[in-house]
Design a protein around this ligand. Structure first.
Ligand code: FES
Length: 357
């Protein structure tokens, strides 16, 4: 615990949001924001129903926390108008490695990046002024918007903690832990001030490969060895990776066709779409989707059956013997899975699951 905690003066601001201590006249705006069902759902500590008396107690609690040195609690406001956007707090634990940050944003202010801006301001101030060595950020598994904010601000996913929190009825619920160290903060600042000249394609997080979210970044290629429109295979232990520089940027995925595992790196890349060297399957590397089912037919990623076909102009092929036909019918063309990537000092790095020596 820090004995004396003073709000920054002048208030923290990046020109789009500002952070200042709460005031008594914020109570009506806090009351309105905390009527939101999503806020109530993702923050079980918020009383339901939420009244202006609750908001007044909240303001007093935040001011007391500054006074006691237990927490740095800020109102997130719009500079100039002073309109309340949300709340953010750096909660101080017993030592510099046990602090945590939490936030909420009023429903009408969402979708503008205000939370990410507020988290950046509060973390930078906290690491500098409070000598934080590690800052945790907890959220619930279904709160994807909060997870996106954490990652954009430079926090790293660390764990799914089972039964860590409790819901409104005191039943245990899972929580997700992110954290930031001074090294993560330096990386985040560097990425903002010098955005990479080489683009990375934004891959949907639901397509990240298993075991990658908390995995360490591993160097997989020198950027100088890559070129737009090209693909190459990189092997790490028994993992064959495909590094493809698509029209949306670089992606790292498995060098295995999602149909029958042919190496995609010897196929053809056009824009985002790679053509497999076998069976005429075509796959969108930027979206992880099948553009053209293989000639053998089979199940698509959603389990829907597609009959075999012949390229236009070609004579229909005779159907194979029954076992082979059955195997084709039951073979599923999966979605592609990706390895989250970043560029550091001219190197392409990706989060790979822990590999055998
Ligand atoms: S192995 Fe690629 S389409 Fe069949």
């Amino acid at each position: 615990m820090i004995e004396r905690l003073s709000p920054p003066n002048p208030p923290l601001t990046d020109g789009v949001v500002a952070l200042r201590p709460f005031r008594a006249d914020d109570a009506p705006a806090i009351t309105a924001a905390c009527q939101d069902p999503d806020t109530q759902r993702w923050i079980p500590l918020i009383p339901v129903p939420y009244t202006e008396a609750d908001a007044r107690r909240y303001v007093l609690m935040t001011l007391q926390a500054w006074h006691d040195g237990g927490s740095a609690e800020f109102a997130i406001v719009e500079p100039g108008s002073d309109r309340l956007i949300g709340s953010i707090g750096v909660h101080l634990g017993p030592n510099p490695r046990r602090h945590a940050i939490g936030y909420w944003v009023a429903p009408e202010a969402r979708g503008h990046g205000y939370a990410t801006r507020a988290v950046r301001l509060a973390t930078r101030w906290g690491f500098e002024q409070l000598h934080i060595e590690r800052l945790a950020l907890w959220t619930l598994p279904g709160n994807v918007a909060s997870q996106v904010v954490a990652e954009r601000a430079g926090f790293r996913f660390e764990a799914l903690a089972r039964n860590w929190e409790e819901d409104r009825d005191d039943r245990p619920i899972d929580a997700i832990m992110y954290a930031m160290t001074p090294e993560d903060l330096a990386d985040a600042v560097a990425a903002e001030t010098a955005p990479p000249a080489v683009p990375l394609a934004g891959v949907p997080r639901e397509l990240w490969a298993a075991g990658t979210r908390a995995a360490p970044f591993v160097e997989i290629a020198a950027i100088a060895d890559l070129a737009p429109g090209q693909m190459r295979r990189v092997t790490r232990a028994d993992l064959d990776l495909l590094v493809a520089w698509t029209e949306d940027g670089i992606v790292v995925t498995d060098d295995r066709c999602p149909h029958m595992s042919a190496p995609l790196s010897i196929g053809d890349l056009a824009g985002c779409v790679v053509s497999c060297p076998l069976h005429e399957g075509r796959f969108d590397l930027c979206r992880g989707e099948t553009v053209q089912m293989p000639t053998t037919g089979g199940l698509d990623a959603d389990g829907v059956y597609h009959a075999s076909w012949s390229p236009s102009g070609a004579a229909p092929k005779p159907e194979p013997a029954s076992k082979k036909l059955e195997a084709r019918r039951l073979t599923r063309v999966n979605r592609l899975r990706y390895y989250p990537a970043r560029i550091r000092d001219g190197r392409l790095e990706a989060q790979l699951p822990i590999l055998p020596e």
